[in-house]
Design a protein around this ligand. Structure first.
Ligand code: BDR
Ligand code: CA
Length: 319
């Protein structure tokens, strides 16, 4: 029998704070034969870490996969813990029903142990605050440098307006010191931030069509998405929702959808308005930043693999 995937899937470890767009991103990764998801590490961010863990377990259960889940950061390095209840709901997954969260036992693996267990270097994708990775770098820098061949982060913004303050993107804002430490570690890191993710939008119409599908998983995803749409309507008068975290995963499957620019980047570490702002600075750390996106193939991939119940033409306006 011929192998349907005539190449080795890319080994990937994902650090995430699920989160409604994280949910879609995780499902896309798990349903993409090009990727071998070797481990998931959860952290605080959109919700507290206990909910994030429960959500990751529930997502895996619903897609029928068993994958090692580690537990990364419970709070930022130095800042107060702030979560995004208004954006992702009390549980982190909007109105989708989930089991109660439990306590997390201390012997669950942190990110650096997940990485140490990998037989070969992986692509690390971070979809939440950078704290888990900063802690891993602090505790086991050699392991992280040996096992992370490439780091792709949904974080930051250059030209685009922030989504947490006018200047800052949420993952960068939550723990700017962690992002700063990660950039300085020169893994190397690629930022897929709001400049490109803001163009990846599911419209209210897209989401309503999912809501009309009787299939139980469609209904579960719809219950998460309709909360996210209501938030975007309130917060920015958008009829739809920006599914940021899908893009870094999609770009591993379809590398041509993003254009990157090599820059030197600094993160603002002040306490004021510009906390967490990422900006070009000749004294900053080298990084690649995604500056252009072709959203249509990403939408097609997302609908084919994660939201297959409705067929949306790839040419539908996306923002
Ligand atoms: C990021 O913050 C969270 O709301 C999303 O899950 C995404 O990772 C976007 O700024
Ligand atoms: Ca996220």
């Amino acid at each position: 029998m011929t192998d349907p995937t005539p190449y080795a899937p890319r080994p990937v470890v994902i650090d995430t704070d699920p989160g409604i767009d994280d949910l879609l991103a995780l499902e896309l990764a798990l349903k993409s034969p090009e990727l071998d998801v070797r481990g998931i590490s959860v952290s605080y961010g959109n919700t507290v870490v206990e909910n994030a863990y429960r959500n990751a377990v529930e997502i895996l259960r619903r897609v029928g996969r068993r994958i090692t889940i580690g537990v990364g950061a419970r709070r930022p390095l130095r800042r107060e813990l702030v979560v995004a209840r208004e954006t992702h709901g009390e549980t982190g997954l909007g109105y989708a029903t989930v089991p109660p969260a439990g306590v997390i036992l201390d012997f669950v693996k942190p990110l650096e142990r997940l990485l140490a267990d990998q037989p070969a270097p992986v692509t690390l994708v971070t979809l939440g605050p950078l704290t888990s990775l900063a802690l891993a770098l602090r505790r086991e820098p050699a392991v992280v440098h040996e096992k992370v061949a490439r780091h792709v982060a949904m974080a930051g913004n250059l030209e685009a307006r922030g989504n947490t303050t006018p200047y800052a993107e949420f993952n960068a804002w939550c723990d700017p010191e962690a992002l700063d430490a990660v950039l300085r570690a020169e893994l190397p890191t690629e930022l897929v931030g709001l400049d490109v993710t803001r163009q990846l939008v599911l419209s209210g119409h897209d989401v309503n069509r999912i809501g009309r599908v009787a299939e139980p998983h469609a209904q579960w995803v719809y219950e998460a998405l309709r909360f996210y749409v209501a938030f975007h309507r309130r917060a920015e008068n958008l009829d739809g929702c920006v599914v940021n975290d899908v893009l870094p995963i999609a770009a591993l499957v379809l590398p041509d959808v993003l254009d990157f620019t090599e820059v030197r980047l600094a993160v603002d570490l002040d306490d004021g308005d510009t906390r967490g702002r990422t900006r070009i600075d000749p004294e900053g750390a080298p990084a690649r930043v995604a500056t252009r996106v072709r959203p249509a193939p990403v939408r097609r991939l997302l609908f084919d693999r994660v939201l297959p119940w409705t067929q949306t033409p790839a040419t539908t306006a996306v923002s």
